[in-house]
Design a protein. Structure first.
Length: 256
C-alpha cells in the first residue's frame, strides 16, 4: 500500500482531517480499498459517528493492497503536523508492523517516520443514505461561528426550523440567545415541510463544535436535519468528486 500527496492544499486538508479525527476517536482503521481510503469511528460517548471517504483520484499516487491498517490517530497527527510547505508526503506500509510516512523535497531534509500499527477489533457500521426534512447548504465558517457563539450560553443547542425560517437557540442559567440564519448566508435550502410544520430538536454543543472543526475542508457545509434523528454534517472534499467527511450527531432527549 502506498499513497502520495504533492499539493500543499491537499496536504493541508489531510492534516486537518487527522487533527480532528484525534479529537473524536483515539484508534481508527484505515480501510484501504482498490479505489479509496475509508475511515469510520465513534466517539467515546457513542453520540458522534465519523465517516470519511477519500477517493484514489484525490491522491497524486495511489497503490492499494486491499488492507486494513489500525493506527493511533493522535500519533499519526503528531507526525503529519510536522509537515512544512514544499514537502511531498508519501505514506506506505510494506508489512503488518509499521505505517511509514516520508517527507521529501528538493534541497530539503528527507524525513521518515514509522508508526506502529495496531490490531483494532471494531465493527464497520452500515450507514444508509436517507432523506431528511431539511437540507441546508451554508458557508462553513458561518455555521462554525454560529455554533461557537451559541455554545457560550449552554451545553445544548436547539434547532427550530420551519418552511421559511431557521433559528438556532440556547437557554442557559445566565441568559439566552436566538440566532436566525438569513438568506444571504444560505446557499441552498430545501424543506420537506408543509406550512405549520416545525423541526424542533436539540443537540449537544461539544459534538457540534467538534464537527465544525472540519470547516477548512470546504467553504460550504451540507447540514441535514429530521426530528428525532441524528443531524448529518457533510463536508465534500474540494477537487475530488465523491470524497467527503461526514459526521452524524445523535439528538439529545428533551426534558419533559
Amino acid at each position: 500500500m502506498k499513497f502520495q500527496l504533492t499539493t500543499d492544499s491537499k496536504i493541508n486538508d489531510f492534516i486537518t482531517i487527522f487533527k480532528n479525527i484525534k479529537n473524536l476517536v483515539a484508534l481508527v482503521n484505515l480501510i484501504i480499498k482498490d479505489d479509496s481510503i475509508y475511515i469510520q469511528g465513534m466517539d467515546s460517548s457513542h453520540i458522534c459517528l465519523l465517516e470519511i471517504l477519500l477517493k484514489d483520484s484525490w491522491f497524486d499516487l495511489f497503490e492499494s493492497d486491499n488492507v486494513v491498517l489500525g493506527i493511533n490517530s493522535e500519533m499519526l497527527y503528531n507526525v503529519v503536523e510536522k509537515w512544512k510547505p514544499g514537502y511531498n508526503i508519501t505514506v506506505n506500509s510494506d508489512d503488518n508492523d509499521y505505517l511509514t510516512i516520508c517527507f521529501e523535497a528538493d534541497e530539503m531534509l528527507t524525513k521518515t517516520y514509522n508508526i506502529q500499527l495496531i490490531d483494532i477489533d471494531s465493527e464497520t457500521l452500515n450507514v444508509p443514505e436517507e432523506d431528511y426534512d431539511l437540507d441546508l447548504v451554508i458557508k462553513s465558517n458561518v455555521f462554525k461561528d454560529v455554533i461557537s457563539e451559541i455554545s457560550t450560553f449552554d451545553d445544548t443547542i436547539n434547532f427550530l426550523c420551519t418552511l421559511k425560517k431557521i433559528n438556532l437557540k440556547a437557554d442557559g442559567d445566565m441568559g439566552n440567545v436566538d440566532i436566525e440564519i438569513k438568506d444571504n448566508d444560505i446557499i441552498e435550502y430545501a424543506a420537506a415541510l408543509e406550512d405549520g410544520d416545525v423541526v424542533d430538536i436539540d443537540y449537544g454543543v461539544i459534538n457540534l463544535k467538534e464537527a465544525c472543526d472540519f470547516y477548512k475542508l470546504n467553504t460550504e457545509v451540507n447540514v441535514h436535519i429530521t426530528n428525532d434523528k441524528p443531524i448529518k454534517i457533510n463536508y465534500n472534499i474540494m477537487g475530488c468528486e465523491n470524497s467527503y467527511v461526514r459526521l452524524f450527531v445523535a439528538p439529545k432527549i428533551k426534558d419533559e
